[in-house]
Design a protein around this ligand. Sequence first.
Ligand code: XMP
Length: 319
Amino acid sequence: DWSMADLARESIEKIREKVGTDRVLLGLSGGVDSSVAAALIHKAIGRQLTCVFVDNGLLRLHERELVVDLYKRNFNMDVRVARAGSKFLKALKGVTDPEKKRKIIGKTFVNVFQDSLKRIGDAKYLAQGTLYPDVIESIAIDGNPAATIKSHHNVGGLPKSMKFELLEPLRELFKDEVRALGSALGLPKEVVWRQPFPGPGLGVRVLGEINKRNLDILRKADAVLHEEMMESELYYKVWQSFCVFLPVRTVGVMGDERTYDNVIALRIVESKDAMTADWSRVPYEVLQRVSTRIINEVEGVNRVVYDLSSKPPGTIEWE
Ligand code: XMP
C-alpha cells in the first residue's frame, strides 16, 4: 500500500526529528494501539525506545510470553516486564464489588507502571498510542467505560515530579489507518486484528472474588473458546468472544459421580463500535464443541451457558 508506506516514512521521520538522541518509554499492553505505536517508534529510534509490559496476573493464557516473544525476538525491542501478579491479587483479595475491583486494578497499575519507569531511569518522552477518536472522546462523552479505561492506560495519574513530554504518533489516525500502518510495519494479523480486551483484563470476567483458582479456570476455558473461534474462522468476524467465570456451583453428573462445580458463560458479540452489540448467531456445532471441550478439559467446570443479551440493555462485559 503506497499511501501507508508514505505515512509510515513520514511519521518515522517526524519521530526522529522530535526525539533526537533522547530516550522514550512506552507502556506496551499488546493491544493494537500500543503495539503499532511501539513498532513505529522502534523503527524510528530503535533501542532508544524502552517498552514496559505490566503483567497484572489478569492476563490470558500465555499472553505475557506471546507479547514478550513477539517484540523481543522478532523486533529486537527493549521490553521490560513488570511481574506484578501477586501485588494485584493481594490488593484484590476479598473484593467482590465490580467498581471497587476496577479502581483497585487501575490504581495498582499506575503504581506498578510508575515504579518501573523510575527504575528504568532518565527518559524525556513517554509515548502513548492515543488515536484521533480518543482525543475527541476524552473531550466528549461522559460515562463511557472506554474513557475510564483510557485514563488508566494512558497513565493520566503520573506524578508531577515525573516530567515527561508526550509522544503520540497516532494522534491523527483512525483505527483502520492504525491497522493498515501496523501491517505495513510488519505486525502480524493476530496483533493488528486482535479483538478488544479490557484494561482490567480477566479481573472483570471473574465475577465475585478474584483468586488464582478462579482465574486459572477462566484462562483454560477462554483458551478453548479462542482455539475454536480460530478453528472455525469466526474469531475475526465477531467483535469479541470470551468466557466469563461465574462464582456459582451447579450439580452435574460425570460417569457415576455427582459433581458440584462452577459455570462458564460464553459471551460472543457482534458490534461496530461497542456502543451497541448483539449476541452472535454462532453455529450450534461450534457452540457444542466449545461446551463439550470446556466441560471435559477444564477441571472445576461442569456447565457452560450462552449469553443471549444484547447491548443495550446488557453490556458486553458482565462487570
Ligand atoms: P461494555 O461492557 O461497557 O464494554 O459494553 C464496551 C467495550 O469496552 C470494553 N471495556 C473496557 N475496556 N477497560 C477497558 O480498557 C475497562 O474497564 C473496560 N470495560 C469494558 C469491553 O471489552 C468492550 O469492548
